[in-house]
Ligand binder design. Structure first.
Ligand SMILES: NC(=O)C1=CN([C@@H]2O[C@H](COP(=O)(O)OP(=O)(O)OC[C@H]3O[C@@H](n4cnc5c(N)ncnc54)[C@H](OP(=O)(O)O)[C@@H]3O)[C@@H](O)[C@H]2O)C=CC1
Ligand SMILES: O=C(O)[C@@H]1CCC=N1
Length: 290
């Protein structure tokens, strides 16, 4: 439920995969009009795709795009972040709200690179926000105002559920829910591969595996549903499912998932460290006597 009006205009800098999921989710929510969404691209053909699919405003000038924005979402990859922030710095005004969606640039680096009067936050929306179904972890920078908290909360409430966390927890969330949809889809592929290994055709195997995920997800979304209760509904004591579940554990399901999350968190930290070092050496080179 959206507790506050969704802010407008919303500006997305970098019209890639995540930005498009956010655009879809916001339009689907009915809380945002296409004319309230502004997105920037660097390739005209990508701009044309986004304009024709969603009717949003498309620009190539990031500095121009942020003017008058209620919220600015930074949705480029790490490699473009420093240049993007330098470009929008002079155009941002005190009181504006900037939310970085980058999984690998920390608040300290963002706050050093953007004007002091701007509220800065980080969020990691998962791709299911495109259907209004994701939990988006959000963390607040040291300069965030109460009004910035409200507008950011309202924005991500329109896309699913906002979850306020510390920056350290945000990194954990990145390795769990930011990456998580890919793990789940990989599980579906593995289920289909197993069906094929036992003689099912590819199309039927995919239909079975996909239907299993979608059906199970809908059951889990029912009020009061719990994973343990839903497992118990399937697993007849001493029956067939129990044997399958035991085989999953015996072959390392929990260990494999735990390892995937740990490795993803580690990678996010390493990439954030590398980004911070690169920003620091850039700043030193800039301030060195000529
Ligand atoms: N994908 C996901 O599930 C998630 C991603 N994230 C974060 O979101 C960010 C974007 O990821 P994702 O959408 O997957 O990546 P994409 O590469 O799909 O999106 C980035 C987009 O930014 C565009 N771009 C690059 N530089 C500029 C510029 N100067 N001006 C305007 N547009 C520019 C790119 O253009 P071009 O098409 O020409 O390359 C590209 O379309 C990353 O920082 C990632 O960490 C966070 C949570 C989840
Ligand atoms: O893979 C990535 O780096 C990004 C961050 C989380 C999901 N996608």
């Amino acid at each position: 439920m959206v507790s506050h009006p969704v802010p407008a205009p919303i500006v997305l800098l970098g019209g890639g995969k995540l930005a498009e999921a956010i655009i879809k989710g916001l339009l689907r929510s009915g809380n945002v009009r296409a004319s309230d969404l502004r997105v920037t691209v660097r390739r005209p053909e990508r701009g044309e795709e986004l304009r024709s699919r969603h009717g949003v405003q498309v620009l190539t000038d990031n500095a121009q795009a942020v003017r008058g924005a209620a919220v600015v979402l930074l949705s480029v990859r790490q490699a473009q972040m420093a240049e993007l922030m330098a470009c929008i710095f002079p155009a941002l005004e005190a009181g504006q709200v900037v939310v970085s969606l980058s999984a690998d640039v920390r608040l300290a680096q963002l706050e050093a690179a953007l004007p002091a009067g701007v509220s800065i936050l980080r969020a990691i929306p998962p791709t299911p926000v495109g259907v209004g179904a994701g939990v988006t972890p959000i963390t607040a920078g040291s300069r965030m105002t109460e009004s910035a908290r409200r507008v950011t909360d309202a924005l991500f409430a329109a896309l699913g559920r906002p979850l306020w966390v510390s920056e350290e927890e945000l990194t954990v969330c990145t390795g769990v829910s930011g990456t998580g949809p890919a793990y789940v889809f990989r599980f579906v592929e593995a289920l289909a591969q197993a069906a094929m290994a036992h003689g099912m055709g590819a199309a039927e195997a995919a239909a079975l595996a996909e239907g299993t995920l979608i059906g199970a997800a809908k059951l889990l979304a029912e009020p009061g549903a719990t994973t343990s209760g839903l497992i118990a509904q399937v697993a007849t004591p001493g029956g067939i499912t129990v044997a399958g579940l035991e085989a999953l554990e015996a072959h390392g399901l929990s260990r494999a998932v735990g390892e995937a999350v740990t490795v993803a968190i580690q990678r996010a930290k390493e990439r954030a460290d590398a980004s911070a070092r690169s920003a620091q050496s850039g700043a030193e080179a800039h301030s060195a006597p000529k």
